[in-house]
Design a protein around this ligand. Structure first.
Ligand SMILES: CC(C)(COP(=O)(O)OP(=O)(O)OC[C@H]1O[C@@H](n2cnc3c(N)ncnc32)[C@H](O)[C@@H]1OP(=O)(O)O)[C@@H](O)C(=O)NCCC(=O)NCCS
Length: 190
């Protein structure tokens, strides 16, 4: 997939049902690429595109869910999906469940743009803070730390016990939403 280097050449919008096939395909591809060697390969293999399509069909329109996609005119190359927690967990009132990019989209500021956009969307919903899980050995930990995430105690019940992961918290969503993209990006595109 050819991708613009210029961040201005992509846009972010709420996901719609027509996006489900592309989101499901990207979800599967990103798991295969990002998690091989980090989790049991069987868990990756059993998450097929068909299974992901069914999962997304069931969850996309949930009243507590907010999902954004990054795209250009021809392709979708990333998504972020969060839950508004009706009952705050340890005082945190939203949960970033999923954030994935296609391989060629990494390192261009798109993940950061999605994170800022989902934070802004959650603020609009009245949320103030956010938690998330990351695999203990996932290099993406450095990405969240870059945005000010701090390790949090393991009190989160959502998605608990599935993987060897750690929990990060953002006590104030404004801090994410207001973080400016670096003028000179510190990493090269993947
Ligand atoms: C993690 C992910 C979303 C980051 O998206 P990205 O578009 O590559 O990140 P960006 O280019 O927006 O980077 C934003 C900042 O984070 C830093 N960063 C991003 N990934 C990093 C990494 N692996 N190690 C160190 N720093 C990283 C960048 O240097 C940049 O810092 P700067 O703004 O100070 O220059 C993307 O790499 C991805 O999809 N990874 C695979 C799936 C995954 O693990 N998702 C998280 C599941 S919890």
């Amino acid at each position: 997939m050819g991708l613009p280097r210029d961040p201005a050449a992509f846009a972010i919008r709420p996901a719609v049902r027509d996006d489900i096939p592309a989101i499901a395909a990207l979800h599967v591809a990103s798991w295969r690429e990002s998690y091989a060697g980090l989790i049991d390969q069987r868990l990756i293999d059993e998450r097929t595109v068909e299974a992901r399509r069914a999962q997304w069909s069931a969850i996309l329109d949930g009243p507590q869910r907010r999902t954004l996609v990054a795209h250009d005119r021809s392709a979708l190359f990333g998504f972020a999906s969060a839950l508004i927690l009706a009952t705050p967990c340890d005082g945190y009132d939203s949960y970033l469940q999923l954030l994935y990019l296609s391989a060629t989209a990494k390192g261009r500021g798109i993940g950061g743009a999605l994170l800022r956009a989902i934070a802004a969307s959650l603020l609009d919903e009245g949320c103030r803070s956010m938690v998330l899980r990351v695999l203990r050995r996932n290099p993406a930990r450095a990405f969240y730390e870059r945005f000010g995430a701090r390790l949090a105690p393991d009190g989160l019940t959502i998605d608990a016990g599935l993987f060897d992961d750690v929990i990060y918290a953002f006590p104030d969503l404004h801090a994410i939403a207001q973080r400016s993209p670096s003028p000179t990006h510190s990493r090269s595109p993947a």
